[in-house]
Every structure is written in C-alpha cells, then in structure tokens.
Design a protein around this ligand. Structure first.
Ligand code: ZN
Ligand code: ZN
Ligand code: FE
Length: 764
C-alpha cells in the first residue's frame, strides 16, 4: 500500500515501569507524528510504531533524551514486523502478562518538587494530603505485590479512584497519568492517630496533633514508605533516653530527618559531595560531621562525631517538619537489631511508642532507610554504602556469565541480605537484619517468597555460608537443590570483584568482625589470593582467644587481656604494663578459661584487634554496638593523612605456608605510649598507620611471590574511613590496582552478592 509506513516493534528494558515512561513515549509519539501503541510487559515496555525510518530515528532519539528522572534504559531493540492493521493514533494499552518476568522494578521515590508545591498550596485539592504522589514520585517497591507494576498488583488495589483522580489517571498529558498509587483525600488512604490503648485519637487536624505530641516529648511511631519510624524531638534528652531504653539501643546513633539542605547545614559541616548525596534520588541517610555548638541532645549520637542525616522523603515528614521543627529523630521502629516493623500492629508498636501514626495503605515489602557516607576514593570523592535498602533496592547489577542458572544466595548471618541471579542480572535484596531470632528469620523467608512470586523465580542452585548452625544454612538444607557453601571471607572477596567487574586473580585483604573459617576458627584478618573459582589463605593475623566468645564483642577489655596474656604469658607481666579494669576474680577466670580452652575460640579478627587497641588506650572499655570502640578510636585521630613512619613495630613469620602477623610489639608499644602520656589521638594515629603498613607490606610480599597486582579490600573494618582512604592511597601509589566497594556494602550486607558471584562466575 502506498503511503503506508512499516511497523516497528521497539522493546525497551531497564527501569521503565512506574516512572512515567509510557506518558513520555506518548508525548514523543505526538511530536513525531507516530501512530501505534505502547504496553508494559514483564520485561519492560513494547512499542509499536508506524513511522518512516527518519521519523523513527527522531522518535527513538527523543525517548532517550526525555527519559524520566527515575527511569533507566538498559537496552533498546528495534525490529520491523509484519503488521497488517493500520493504527490511527498512538495509544497506551493495558499491560500484558506473558513472557518471563524480569528483575527490574522501580524503587520507592521521595516526594517530588511539583507534589510538594501542591501539598502546601491551600488552593490545591491535595493541600496537606499526606499521600500525594505522581508518576515521578511515591511508593513503588514497597507496595508492589506482583509484576507487571499496575494498580491491581499493588497494595492500592482496595482504593477506588474518585472521578477527579480517574480523570488525571487516564489523561496522557497529566503528570499523574497511570500513576498507580494516585490518591486524594476523597478516595485514598487516611491518616489515623492511635494512643497506646489502641484507640483512635486524631482530631480534624492530625498533623497539629502529631506536632503537639512531639513537642511534649512523646515518642511517636510513624508509618513511612517501607516501615514504621520512631520520631522524637532531638532537643529533648528525656524523650531520647526513654526511646533508647524502650528500643534497647544504648548508644548507636539515631538518624535525623530535615526538610532542607540549608537546615542540615546548621547542624553539620557538609562537604559539597555530602550535599549531593543528601539530594540524590535515593534520599539516603548520609553520615556527616557534627558542627561545633550544634545544640542537639547528646543522646542523638553519643560519643560520635557524626550524625546520620537525611532529607524528608515522604509528604508526611514534610508536613510535620514544616510545622515547627528544623529536624526530628527518625529511626526505624524495631527493638534492637530486629527488622523494621511494617505491619499495623498497634499493640506491638506501643511497646516502643506512646502514640502511633498509621494509615491504610499497606506496606508489602519492608524496606529500611539506606545509610551511606562520602569517602575519598583513588581519584574522586565516592560513595560508601553501609546499609543498602530504600532507593537502591531493587536495582540490579549486570551479570556477564553465559550460564543461565537461577541462583539463590542466602547471605551472612549478621546484616543479612539475599541475592538472586536470573536473566543475566544479580539482584540483591534490601538489608534484612541479624538472623539471630525468629522475627528476622520470618522476614528473611518473606523476602525470598516475595522474590519467587514477583520475579517468577525458582532457584536451581543455592549458596550459603560454611557455618553449620546459621538459620539461613538450615533454610538452605531444606531446599533440596544443589547447595554450595562459601567461606565468609572468600565471599567478601568475590563480592568485591563482582561489583568491580574484575575477573582475574586478586589479593583479597579481608578485615572484619568474624566469619567461620575452614579450620573451624573465627577468621577476620585475612589475606587471601583467589578468583571466582577458588582461593587460598596466604596470611592472617595470629590467632588469639576470646574467653566467653560473643561477650568479647561488647566487653572489649577481655580480648585485650587475652591478647596480652598471649604476648606476656603471665598476669604479673601484664600488670607491669597495664592495669586492666578487671577484678582479680575476673582475671583469674579468664586465665582459666584460656588455659583450659573453655569457650575460648581462636580468632584472627581485625574487628577485635581494633577493639583491643581502643581498650588499651583507655578510650573505652565497652562497645555498646558492633564497631563502636573502633569508631571512637578512629575519631580520636585529628589528621586525614597517613604517615607510615609514625607506626608501631609488628612482625610476621612463615608457618605452614602461611604468613602470621603478630601484634605483640604493637600493643606493648601502645601501652608504653599511654604510660608516658602520649595523647590518645597520636596513639590512635600510630596504630592506624601500623595496620595500613601491614597491609602494604603483606601485599608487597604477595606480589613478589605471585605477581598479582590487584588488591581487593573488603570486610566491615573498611567502614573505617581512615583505614580505607589511606590503604587505597598507599597501594595505588605503589603500583597496585585497588578495588573496593561502592554500590554494595563492604560489611556483611555484601556477602550474598559474593556467594552468588562465586557460583555463577566460578561455573559451579
Ligand atoms: Zn510527585
Ligand atoms: Zn481521588
Ligand atoms: Fe564479614
């Protein structure tokens, strides 16, 4: 037929659903006079375009240029197809539900500028409506119950759109066109305030009620995007003390929420990079240095030079903040290290809160706030991700293997995440928590079931830790599919290589708190050499004993005493150098336990080594949360630059083909410095330099013997900014290629990715 254009089928994959992609394509089609249709399918979007080749090119070009903020185009495939019908217009069709489900779904997003303007505009019909959202913003991942992402597959399915919302939803030129969570005060979710007797107490103006209660020093549980938060006034020490007691959280810092970067600046000294991170689309919690005289209660972040700060990302947070608060404590509602509470269980919530601010939009997938910080990388300022959750999940990492087996990696015990591999992608879950109790275990199972459903995922092979008694290991054993067990520190190494797309042999410097070693001891100060198939342990810190086991993570005097006993053999000798804050009876007990080897596991943990250094300087005797002693020790340093000449002696020696590193001399030198009145900051500086020097000299040794140039840094200890930045510098300045984590946690949150990478890239 003359004058008739050919029909092209254009398949686009990436984050293209629920982010305003189809309306954008619709507008582009209008501009370029293209007839056809666009539909969402399980892999992305499919466009039929009847156009001349020239118009087609212009059309594709403008799609690329005008892709919405939250979208990400991975691939565009264009094919001419046989299509007999002629389209008379361009249309957005109903979603199709046929092909395999891809791993791409949009993350939850902060409330956009346009919606915020409407929220505070008295003439808008959504004025002060806490559930305002549009195609560019609002809940996504947390409300999705199935794929494709359409309203019936979200927790919004029970709300029936009013006429006004429906008009917006159906108008391709409206910014709420196909915004699945669209809502207004007439037809959407409603805010409710409950007291601790499960009674509704909200008045006509719930925002005012909430603000009044916070001003009175009450603790409020507030339902957010991915779970409940606990909010209190950060100037009110009494309220904070109460919150700490109820939450069983002694000193771990609470997050703060602000409504603008300007407000953040009154409390923190922000670098330009940190400001950019605060404003990034993920709206994470950013660790930022407290400014002098910032004036908040000490109980927000005790004994810590940093605050964890974020910008408000829900309309409700903005509403509360703009009514008389510059900032608020906003911390996940949970007890201790349990998962964030996301079910509307008022009785459970009032064990920690005085009042509960709830609503009837369900949270299907819980998702905590993400935590990141700015670090100096090899060349630029970079991001280090500490807790990967809201905003970053479910973003995928491409997997370049030709193998197409579906893998389920079950992660570590602490800071657990899981990772699935399907269709050439790694998808790591949000932070789940410490798998030490049934409630975290339940969340863990829930995430797996959720992924099985929404991604149509049935694992063919599983990976888990070597440790025999973890809850995730017993889960793995019940799966009845082939199971690969991956040593913890080797998984750290594989995670680091995978995220950096590195696939040769590397030296892995893996320092962390603890992981089960192949010899049954607790590893944690390891120099490995390996690739995705196999590894070898080539050096590690000398073992020392942890009398009492787990208790040593908090009572850091005990490992200090144990290490010195290893170095000096007797209590009398120890007392010549150090007066440990331990009773005679305690010292006797620990010696007995060590000598008889009763509940005194051996470890090479660098996490514990930092604790010991902190204890020996006298800075702290007790670590209220994992890493606190190391953080206090690190923050006592007053400079950013290392100086390897300013370090303590140490030595290493060869035993059974392994280099063993002894810190006997290091710790005795610390005590000598302390006893002669050297400032703690200088002792800490020298200690940190010593660890950097050990890394450098061990890597030199390994390079000499094995000609391996690449060093992978991983493990929780590399959350120590001084250690990470200085190690990167020293190694890069000396010809090493250094790889480290940016998009995945260096702590145990990264383990599941490493397990998955070992299986898929190791061809197991
Ligand atoms: Zn919006
Ligand atoms: Zn409505
Ligand atoms: Fe670890």
């Amino acid at each position: 037929m003359l004058g008739v254009h050919p029909t092209y089928e254009i398949k686009i994959t990436g984050i293209v659903q629920g982010v305003g992609f189809r309306p954008m394509v619709f507008r582009c089609a209008q501009i370029h006079n293209i007839k056809g249709k666009i539909i969402n399918n399980t892999e992305g979007v499919i466009i039929h375009a009847q156009a001349s080749p020239n118009n087609l090119e212009a059309f594709i070009c403008s799609i690329k240029n005008q892709a919405p903020n939250l979208s990400r185009i991975d691939t565009i495939n264009i094919n001419e197809i046989n299509w007999n019908d002629q389209y008379t217009s361009f249309q957005i069709d109903k979603s199709e539900n046929t092909a395999t489900k891809s791993l791409v779904t949009p993350p939850d997003s902060y409330v956009c500028k346009e919606c915020l303007d409407e929220l505070f505009n008295p003439h808008d019909r959504r004025y002060y409506y806490p559930f305002i959202n549009c195609i560019q913003c609002g809940p996504r991942y947390s409300i999705i119950t199935d794929i494709p992402y359409d309203r019936p597959n979200t927790t919004m399915q029970h709300f029936h759109m009013c006429e006004a919302c429906k008009l917006e939803y159906e108008n391709p030129l409206n910014r709420r066109f196909h915004a699945q969570p669209i809502a207004c005060p007439q037809c959407g979710p409603i805010l409710k305030l409950y007291n601790n007797e499960n009674q509704i107490v909200s008045s006509q103006n719930p925002i005012k009620d909430i603000v009044d209660l916070l001003k009175q020093g009450k603790v409020l549980a507030v339902k957010g995007l991915g779970g409940y938060h606990l909010m209190v006034d950060p100037f009110n020490s009494k309220a904070l003390a109460l919150l700490r007691e109820r939450k069983k959280r002694e000193e771990k810092p609470f997050g703060l929420v602000f409504s603008s970067v300007e407000d953040c600046r009154s409390f923190c000294d922000l670098t330009l990079h940190e400001e950019q991170l605060l404003l990034s689309t993920e709206r994470p919690i950013v660790l930022a240095k407290k400014s002098k005289n910032q004036g908040l209660s000490d109980l927000v972040a005790p004994r810590n030079l940093y605050f964890g700060i974020m910008l408000a990302y829900t309309p409700l947070q903005h509403l509360i903040l703009r009514n008389n608060f510059t900032c608020l404590v906003c911390t996940s509602a949970n007890i201790s290290d349990e998962p964030i509470i996301h079910e509307d269980n008022i009785t459970q919530l009032t064990t920690v809160a005085d009042f509960v601010v709830s609503h009837d939009r369900g949270i299907h997938a819980f998702v905590d706030d993400s935590v990141i910080r700015s670090v100096k990388g090899h060349i630029n300022d970079e991001v280090q991700i500490i807790r990967r959750a809201r905003g970053y999940v479910p973003k995928t990492l491409p997997c370049s293997s030709d193998h197409h087996r579906k893998i389920l990696a079950l992660g570590s015990e602490l800071k657990n995440t899981i990772c699935i591999v399907k269709n050439g992608m790694f998808l790591q879950s949000q932070h789940i928590g410490d798998l030490k109790n049934q409630s975290t275990y339940k969340s863990f199972q829930k995430v797996i079931e959720h992924y099985k459903k929404i991604f149509d995922f049935e694992p063919e092979i599983a990976a888990c830790d070597l440790h025999p008694n973890f809850l995730n290991t017993s889960y793995a054993n019940k799966l009845k599919i082939p199971l690969i067990r991956v040593q913890h520190h080797y998984a750290h190494l594989c995670a680091c290589m995978a995220e950096n797309h590195f696939n040769q042999d590397a030296i892995g410097v893996i320092f962390d708190g603890m992981g089960y070693g192949i010899d049954g001891n607790i590893w944690g100060g390891e120099f490995l050499v390996g690739n995705y198939r196999e590894f070898q342990r080539v050096a590690h810190f000398e073992y020392f004993q942890l009398p009492g086991g787990d208790i040593c993570r908090k009572k850091i005097i005990i490992p200090a005493f144990s290490y010195l006993l290893k170095a000096l053999h007797t209590q009398e000798e120890i007392l010549k150098h150090w007066a440990p804050p331990l009773s005679e009876a305690e010292m006797e007990l620990y010696q007995k336990m060590i000598k008889a080897n009763i509940n005194s596991p051996l470890t090479s943990s660098v996490g514990r080594i930092f604790d010991i250094a902190a204890a020996l300087t006298g800075l702290c005797n007790y670590s209220a949360y994992e890493g606190q002693a190391a953080i206090i020790l690190e923050q006592s340093i007053t400079t950013n630059n290392y100086d390897l000449a300013e370090s303590y002696p140490y030595y290493f020696y060869l035993k059974d083909n392994n280099y063993l590193i002894s810190l006997n001399e290091t710790f005795l030198s610390i005590l000598r410095d302390r006893n002669t009145g050297v400032p703690i900051g200088s002792i800490s500086f020298r200690f940190h330099n010593t660890i950097v020097k050990i890394i450098y000299e061990m890597c030199l040794q390994i390079r000499k013997e094995r000609q391996i140039q690449t060093v992978a840094l991983s493990g929780g200890c590399f959350q120590n900014k001084f250690l990470l930045e200085c190690t990167i510098q020293v190694l890069s300045n000396n010809g090493f290629k250094v790889i480290y984590h940016r998009d995945f946690p260096t702590n145990d949150g990264g383990i599941s990715l490493g397990q998955a990478a070992h299986v898929i890239y190791g061809d197991l």
